[in-house]
Ligand binder design. Structure first.
Ligand code: HEM
Ligand SMILES: [Ca+2]
Ligand SMILES: [Ca+2]
Length: 301
C-alpha cells in the first residue's frame, strides 16, 4: 500500500528535488499552480492516480485528447516532465510519474499560500490511457450537488471532501464557454441565473460578451486569483460562484453549512482540503508489481 516514506531507501531526496523543480517552474509562470492541481484531479478520476492523463498519443486517442481534458494547461504537463527529469538524474527508474504528479500537486498548493501536508507514495504508472474512457468520469460545471456527490462517492470521497476539493477553484482560469449559459440562456423564466450576484453577473457579461472568442478565459476567483486561500467559499456566500456546480454548494441546504464553515475559518478549510487531497491520491492506485515505473511520463515503457 501507499505510505509517506516509500522512497526512503531508493530515492530519499525525491520530495526536495520535486519541490525545487516546482518552485522554479512557478517563478516562470503562476499558471503552473492551477494547471498542476487540476491535472492531478483529472488523473485520479480516470483509471485512478496512475499518470494515465500524461500519455501522449500520435493518434490523438489518449486521455489528454478527451474533450474534458483539452483545457488542461500545458504548464501542468511541463511541471511533471521537468520534475521527472530532475528526479531521474538522481534516482533513475525508481519514482513513478503518478507519485511525481502527487508531490507536485501538493507543492503548488503549499507554494501559493495553501497548506503544506504529507503525501503518501508508492503508486505505479498505468498502462491504459484512452480518450473514450474519460467519458462520464469527470464532473461537469452544470452538475447539481447530488450529481457531484455521486461522482465523488464513486471515488470513495465524501461530500465534505468534495466541497473542500472544489475550493481548488480559488486559483486558475475558466473559458467563458463553460458558464456562458448562466449569463445568457439560463432557463425560460430567467435569462441570467438568479443565484448569481447581479454585480458579478454584469462583470462576467463584460468579460465574456455573447459569442466571445472561445479561447477567452477569466479568473475563477475574482478576489484573490493568485492565492490559495478560502476566498472561494466567501465568494460562494456572496453569490460569486462561477459554475452552477460551485454556486450550488451554497444554494443547496445539504452543503451550505460546510461552505459557511470554510468561509469563516480558513484553517478548517485547509485541514479538510489536505485530508481530502490525501484521500483523492488513494483513488484506484496500482502498487507492488502492478503497472510500471515510466521512464518518460508521456509514453509507456
Ligand atoms: C467539483 C467538481 C468540479 C467541476 C465541475 C470542475 C470544473 C472545472 C471547469 C469547467 C474548469 C474550467 C476549465 C476551462 O474552461 O479552462 C475548471 C478549472 C479548474 N479546476 Fe475544476 N472542477 C471540479 C473540481 C475540481 C477539483 C476537485 C480540483 C482540484 C483539486 C479542481 C481544480 C481546478 C483548477 C485548479 C482549475 C483551473 C485550471 C487552470 O487554470 O488551468 N477542480 N474546473
Ligand atoms: Ca489516471
Ligand atoms: Ca484565491
Amino acid at each position: 500500500q501507499l505510505f509517506p516514506n516509500f522512497y526512503r531507501s531508493t530515492c530519499p531526496n525525491v520530495e526536495s528535488i520535486v519541490r525545487q523543480a516546482v518552485t522554479r517552474k512557478i517563478q516562470q509562470t503562476f499558471v503552473t499552480v492551477p494547471a498542476t492541481l487540476r491535472l492531478f484531479f483529472h488523473d485520479c478520476f480516470v483509471e485512478g492516480c496512475d499518470g494515465s492523463v500524461l500519455i501522449s498519443s500520435p493518434r490523438g486517442d489518449a486521455e489528454k485528447d478527451a474533450p474534458d481534458n483539452l483545457s488542461l494547461a500545458g504548464d501542468g504537463f511541463d511541471t511533471v516532465i521537468k520534475a521527472k527529469q530532475a528526479v531521474e538524474a538522481q534516482c533513475p527508474g525508481v519514482v513513478s510519474c503518478a507519485d511525481i504528479l502527487t508531490i507536485a500537486a501538493r507543492d503548488v498548493v503549499a507554494l501559493s499560500g495553501g497548506p503544506n501536508f504529507q503525501v503518501e507514495l508508492g503508486r505505479r504508472d498505468g498502462r491504459i490511457s484512452f480518450r473514450w474512457r474519460v467519458t462520464g468520469n469527470l464532473p461537469g460545471p452544470t452538475f447539481s450537488v447530488n450529481l457531484l456527490n455521486w461522482i465523488f462517492r464513486k471515488n470513495n470521497l465524501t461530500q465534505t471532501d468534495m466541497i473542500a476539493l472544489s475550493g481548488a477553484h480559488t486559483v486558475g482560469f475558466s473559458h467563458c464557454t463553460r458558464f456562458a449559459n448562466r449569463l445568457y440562456s439560463f432557463n425560460s423564466t430567467h435569462r441570467t441565473d438568479p443565484s448569481l450576484n447581479p454585480t458579478y453577473a454584469r462583470q462576467l457579461m463584460q468579460a465574456c460578451p455573447r459569442n466571445v472568442n472561445p479561447l477567452v478565459a477569466i479568473n475563477m476567483d475574482p478576489t484573490t486569483p493568485n492565492s490559495f486561500d478560502n476566498a472561494y467559499f466567501k465568494n460562494l456566500v456572496n453569490g460569486e460562484g462561477l459554475f452552477t456546480s460551485d454556486q450550488g454548494l451554497f444554494t443547496s441546504f445539504q452543503s451550505r453549512a460546510t461552505v459557511n464553515a470554510f468561509a469563516s475559518n480558513q484553517a478548517s478549510f485547509f485541514s479538510a482540503f489536505s485530508a481530502a487531497m490525501v484521500r483523492l491520491g488513494r483513488t484506484g492506485v496500482k502498487t507492488g508489481r502492478q503497472g510500471e515505473i515510466r521512464r518518460d511520463c508521456s509514453a509507456f515503457n
